[in-house]
Design a protein around this ligand. Structure first.
Ligand code: OGA
Ligand code: NI
Length: 363
């Protein structure tokens, strides 16, 4: 081993503070993962015995034809059960998907110094952040992940402040993904027998962000996680994963009585993964599921994934839709301001699975 870390603090400084990330750690030539990355038994991910969720992807182009109703039903059913589904003919060109994955590799293969131009405090924009793990200062075991996060405000800022290696493709992807999100939200809301004003839909997806996640090849994949269990705290996520696999979703316990089984969402070339976020679960009074999910690491290849997150504007009031509460006779979640929700999620970074509990109405 090229360098040993005398104590956990020096490792932390190297990876987190000095911006070397997990990639920088691996480039030292480690043959085993440092202690700080070893997950407690219950968080480790077993590859063997995990079922793959082999459901055909949904063809979004058919929403415009005679099969409209059938496609709507497929989307609704997926949102009500697993909370995850894959789509094809989604309007994001195949070449763009390929360039996105290439540009993610280009970015993470830069030197630590170049990547750290986007470290918090020095990044030219507070909306652009290169980092590692989720909230490393609060996590006991770190995630085997580096990321670059690009928050969207206006095109000019994206093209000025996002990294050169990926800004154009990331911006195109964000725009096309936002269209998909809007279309699916309209379908889900209409299925509840409701219609939201255009301005309200805009308000619940006003925050948009593209992330690029990088999970370096890992010498001990059975001890680490690429991404720990969590549900996405926003409205809806569109995710591009590469061909390596390792995205696991927990089946809803009250739906299928499979107590806590995890299934893998297999990579499908050209497809995008869609998942329901906490905000849609709250607004739908629990009808649509924001599922827990996590990512396994792999020993021989570095994985990239590229999510577009959409979320309400921070000041937006969120709660179960009123008509739905009347119909259901109960409000399963309380009213909250989205910013308070985010703050709570980050404050409880060690048990991210609890994010939705904050929104539950008291019994
Ligand atoms: C996320 C996430 C899954 C993946 O970034 O929130 O869940 O496959 N990513 O990388
Ligand atoms: Ni996620």
């Amino acid at each position: 081993m090229a360098q040993s870390f005398g104590n956990s603090d020096s490792l932390y400084d190297f990876v987190v503070k000095d911006g070397n990330g997990v990639k920088g750690l691996m480039d030292l030539g480690l043959s085993e993962v440092p202690e700080r990355y070893i997950q407690p038994e219950e968080e480790r991910i077993k590859k063997i015995g995990t079922r793959r969720h082999n459901v055909a992807p949904i063809d979004l182009s058919k929403l415009k034809g005679p099969d409209h109703k059938k496609v709507v039903d497929e989307i609704v059913r997926a949102a009500e059960t697993l909370g995850f589904f894959q789509v094809v003919n989604h309007g994001v060109p195949f070449e763009l998907l390929e360039s996105l994955k290439d540009s993610a590799h280009k970015f993470f293969n830069l030197s630590p110094g170049e990547k750290c131009l986007f470290c918090p405090g020095v990044s030219p924009s507070s909306k652009v952040k290169y980092g590692t793990s989720f909230v490393p200062e609060k996590e006991k075991a770190l995630e085997w992940k580096d990321y670059i996060s690009m928050g969207y405000t206006i095109d000019e800022d994206a093209l000025q402040y996002w990294p050169d290696q990926c800004k154009e493709v990331a911006l195109d992807y964000l725009k096309l993904s936002s269209k998909i999100v809007r279309e699916i939200i309209e379908i889900l809301i209409e299925n509840l027998g409701m219609k939201l004003e255009e301005s309200r839909i805009e308000a619940i997806i006003e925050m948009k962000m593209v992330n690029m996640n990088y999970h370096p090849a890992c010498p001990n994949p059975e001890l680490t996680v690429g991404e720990g269990r969590h549900s996405d705290m926003g409205t809806m996520t569109v995710l591009l994963q590469d061909g390596i696999g390792g995205l696991y979703v927990k089946l809803d316990e009250d739906n299928n009585n499979n107590d806590g089984e995890w299934v893998e969402i297999p990579p499908i070339h050209g497809a995008l993964v869609i998942n329901i976020g906490d905000i849609i679960q709250i607004m739908s009074n629990g009808k649509y599921k924001s599922a827990e999910h996590r990512v396994r690491t792999t020993s021989n290849e570095s994985r990239v994934s590229i999510p577009v997150f959409t979320a309400p504007k921070p000041t937006e009031k969120i709660g179960p839709l009123e008509e739905l509460v009347k119909k259901d006779g109960v409000a399963r979640y309380k009213q909250l301001i989205f910013q308070d929700y985010i703050n709570n999620c980050f404050a409880n970074a060690y048990h991210r699975k609890k994010s939705l509990d904050f929104a539950k109405s008291s019994p």
